[in-house]
Design a protein around this ligand. Sequence first.
Ligand code: MCA
Ligand code: AMP
Length: 503
Amino acid sequence: MNAYTLFARAFAGRLAQPVLEDEGGSVFTYADLDRETARIASYLAGLGLRRGDRVAAQIEKSPQGLFLYLATLRAGLCFLPLNTAYQKTEIAYFLNDAEPAVFVCDPARAQGYREIAAQARVAHLLTLDSRGAGSLADGVHRACAEFSDAVLADDDLAVIIYTSGTTGRSKGAMVTHGNLTSNAAVLKDSWRIGESDVLIHALPVFHVHGLFVAVHPLLLAGARMIFLRKFDPKAVLAAMRRATMLMGVPTFYVRLLGEAGLTLAAVSGMRLFVSGSAPLLLDTFAEWRARTGCTILERYGMSEAGMIASNPYDGERRGGTVGFALSGVSLRVAGADDKPLGAGEPGAIQIKGPNVFAGYWRMPEKTREEFTADGWFRTGDVGQWSEDGYLSIVGRAKDLIISGGYNVYPKEIELVVDAIPGVVESAVVGIAHPDLGEAVAAVVVRAKGAALSEADVIARVKAEIAGFKVPKLVRFVAELPRNAMGKVQKSVLREQLGRERSQ
Ligand code: MCA
Ligand code: AMP
């Protein structure tokens, strides 16, 4: 069914209660949310949009931005959230690939995007700023405040989330209403989310973590969010006085541990800390427990499957593991022949369930490759069971760097670095980083006589692509280490860079 309809039925008895409080202290009730999403849905329908049409959005975090997303669910449109760090060439790719009918961006960027939006035949270029103002808001203002939700089936498309690929070309993961509703219900129950909960929402809302995990189960429970524009450890710490839950990437917890104010007393009202999107280091897990008396609950997910596994709410939350498969999700750790392995044997994590996406947008071949012959989705992560059934993520089969919870595919960065005049070739690897977990590093072979510095490479990449993808470190070598097959040995580079940093 329509995911919004499910949420609305759940909060129908709580319309006068607050759902969201923003940084300026404005409070929105469930009735406000229902009315504003109806207005936006009416407005979009009035533009002539039809079921399944894409609505792309690269907007700053705001309550109105969240309402825009929920309105697209109501109207049976397909939402396409885009990282605010993306630059013009990155945005042009998404617009051309997804062919949205509407693109909503920050007013300050609209002029710069006009040409690429026209080239991609986007019918409506609208704006929305961090205070909820812009041409979208102007249009919505006059729209009808009542809207009948589109009647949808579980397999109807709700969202396309772009994830980078090993070839450097991003793939759009098609997420259905059924994916959203099944995951929302399971998380609400697994983490015991109830109407008295108050979540500190400090995540970006263009990824699964901030847009789905930190919103849907709360709506289903009739709970409340303190909506912070971005993560700031001091603001999060202050919000803990009025909150019960926090969801974050490991970097949130690392940075909060750097705050002297993080004490037993500061967290006394908090009942749950959830971490995910990247591995939580055992040191962080242990230090958090020592400082706060609370045990972080680590869970595991991905854009293609929402949440997959979680440590238990009751029972032992074990550091270095992601617990058990969530209810309704089947999970196996498989060998090279796709046959399940037993405890202690590392293998490919494969999954099945109502949370698994419908495939990659207009990439049927790629979709087929990512599923086994017997229908299991290959996550690209390497896992291992403990004797008593806890799952640990012990590596990645995919060449992926996760920096502060953002995914970076080395190939994409290598293509940009290789295009810099004076570069012969490059290899991009992830190196351990105390704050971000992993940081992007580039190893570059310069052309003879080229006077290219580390700062030059960084500046050139920064001019082209999102800041979180830019190498934090660049090293020059005479040649890249290769194996007998001619493949660059990234493990050798990682080792060399690791040694250099520990000296
Ligand atoms: C910002 N910068 C980064 C990152 N974020 N560099 C590397 N990695 C990052 N993650 C750079 C900027 O380009 C900028 O560079 C400088 O840091 C300061 O930018 P600012 O925006 O102020 O950064 P910040 O506020 O310190 O952000 C760090 C952050 C943020 C709070 C950790 O990255 C964040 O909110 N991450 C959460 C990501 C997330 O939600 N992932 C979920 C994906 P310069 O100064 O050079 O310009 S969903 C997922 O993975 C699955 C489904 C799952 O399981 O959840
Ligand atoms: P994304 O493509 O942004 O959805 O990122 C999904 C990837 O994040 C997964 O395939 C994992 O590699 C990683 N991930 C998510 N949660 C965890 C976790 N708790 N521990 C380790 N890796 C994780």
